[in-house]
Design a protein around this ligand. Structure first.
Ligand SMILES: [Zn+2]
Length: 153
């Protein structure tokens, strides 16, 4: 059985179901036939910084969850596997980003991050939800579903 992922077309916004094995074959959008931008496809958390936050999160056409974390934070380590799992399960429909608050104080303070982990959900560059603390996988997933991602399987 092929494993499929959902890739959203950056031209027309249509969501395309692509077998993972065919990701390298330059797939095209089924609706508008433009080449799909596989660069926008992520199945693992991506690291973002003060310098890349605008491009990676605010300018991203879709759903992004940003994990504000730090290496010394034990609850952050507890939430990390849930985020890795979500990144894989929602590949193409959700971008999971991680921002180290120690190294990126500008972004952390501009969102008023006072405790970590804080999970901020953005849709089309707009902050739509904030989850504070080490949420269990099911709870994060239900918030993601609520904000409009759908499962890739
Ligand atoms: Zn398209």
């Amino acid at each position: 059985m092929d494993e499929n992922i959902i890739v959203q077309c950056t031209n027309c916004g249509a969501k395309n179901r692509i077998p993972k094995a065919r990701l390298n074959d330059a797939p095209r959008c089924g609706a508008c036939h433009m080449p799909l931008n596989i660069m926008s496809f992520h199945d693992r958390p991506v690291v973002v910084a003060d310098s890349s936050f605008k491009q990676e999160v605010l300018d991203y056409p879709g759903l992004v969850i940003v994990d504000f974390w730090a290496p010394w934070c034990a609850p952050c380590r507890m939430v990390a596997p849930a985020l890795e799992r979500l990144a894989s399960e929602y590949a193409g429909a959700l971008k999971v980003a991680k921002l180290n608050v120690d190294e990126n104080p500008v972004t952390a303070s501009s969102y008023g991050i006072r405790s970590i982990p804080s999970l901020l959900i953005f849709r089309n560059g707009k902050l739509v939800d904030t989850l504070i603390g080490a949420m269990p996988y099911e709870e994060i997933k239900s918030r993601i579903d609520y904000h409009g991602a759908f499962h890739s399987n």
